[in-house]
Design a binder for this molecule. Structure first.
Ligand code: NAD
Length: 282
């Protein structure tokens, strides 16, 4: 098998949808064996079946350590190792003004978006340290760098991912293991379709809505983020660790309004989790 990831094994959390799905497709096309991990069994299993040899789906809830441990063990047992861990699963989580934030919603957001990433790093490191090689990539957000572009708790956890990744990079570099963060701008995906269009399935609506606020000639697509993740996963980035790679059409560096800021602090408080929205009033 040829390709920039030939012979490598990659685990991708949140791999059934959006950025994770796009990355699973690209990594597989570049010769990697991929383990697609997600709570969404139908789409995850369908993607693995479509990709065929060198791809499998494993149902994984990143808030459950036993799931993440078993996920990593599956990669090792089935494909012979673990070269790339992409901690990408995430939810928008707790919504609304700070004085109405429900702490149970905040706990769930932290559990998925930050503790889930920590758990992925822990179990990837368990395998990668003795092998003295590996690339850990985690998905943050412009909200982790800037105020006013996303919900409060989401902003906190996405900032936390950057601090965590840099800290882990400092420990793991002497073991040959790299640890980096990718910051996607506004990407057309089920998550953003839920925010700016008619629901998670309305990708055409999201494309239209995000085209109106795009900084360059089009909104970002999952494939754009996959290309950044591919670089960080590949041997081209052999000496790249402790970095944050924005793939955001300049949102964090050159500035600009966020399509997700409007109305995010308005009532009612609520929770946006994997396409399911609840309101505090219900
Ligand atoms: N789309 C954007 O504009 C954008 C921008 C910046 C950052 N991000 C981040 O990129 C990542 C992917 O987002 P996306 O746009 O592809 O969203 P998405 O909703 O399309 O995909 C996220 C996936 O994570 C899965 N997931 C949710 N909770 C999980 C859990 N507990 N365990 C395992 N899987 C779980 C979902 O089922 C879903 O398949 C997220 O971390 C998100 O915060 C997205």
């Amino acid at each position: 098998m040829s390709g920039r990831l030939a012979g490598k094994v990659a685990v991708i959390t949140g791999g059934a949808s959006g950025i994770g799905e796009g990355t699973a497709r690209r990594f597989h096309a570049e010769g990697a064996c991929v383990v697609i991990a997600d709570v969404q069994e139908g789409p995850g299993a369908a993607l693995a079946a479509e990709l065929g040899d060198g791809a499998l789906f494993r149902r994984t809830d990143v808030t459950r350590e036993e799931d993440v441990a078993a996920l990593v063990d599956t990669a090792v047992e089935v494909f012979g190792g673990l070269d790339v861990m992409f901690n990408n699963a995430g939810v928008m989580g707790a919504l609304g003004p700070i004085d109405r934030t429900r702490l149970a919603d905040a706990d769930l957001t932290i559990a998925v978006d930050l503790r889930g990433v920590l758990c992925g790093m822990k179990h990837a490191a368990r395998v990668m340290k003795p092998r003295r090689s590996g690339s850990i990539i985690s998905t943050s957000s412009p909200a982790g760098v800037l105020g006013g572009v996303g919900p409060h708790v989401y902003s906190a956890v996405k900032a936390g991912i950057i601090g965590l990744s840099n800290s882990v990079a400092a420990e793991l570099r002497r073991f040959g293991v790299r640890c980096n963060v990718i910051v996607p701008g506004a990407v057309v995906s089920p998550m953003t379709a839920e925010l700016v269009a008619e629901g998670a399935a309305d990708l055409a609506g999201a494309q239209t809505a995000l085209s109106g606020t795009a900084y360059m000639d089009r909104p970002l697509r999952p494939a754009d983020i996959a290309a950044g993740a591919l670089y960080l996963a590949s041997d081209d980035a052999a000496l790249v660790t402790g970095t944050v790679l924005p793939v955001d059409a300049g949102m964090t560096g050159a500035g600009g309004p966020s399509p997700f800021a409007t109305g995010r602090y308005e009532e009612p408080a609520g929770l946006l989790e994997a396409g399911r929205r609840t309101d505090a009033s219900t």
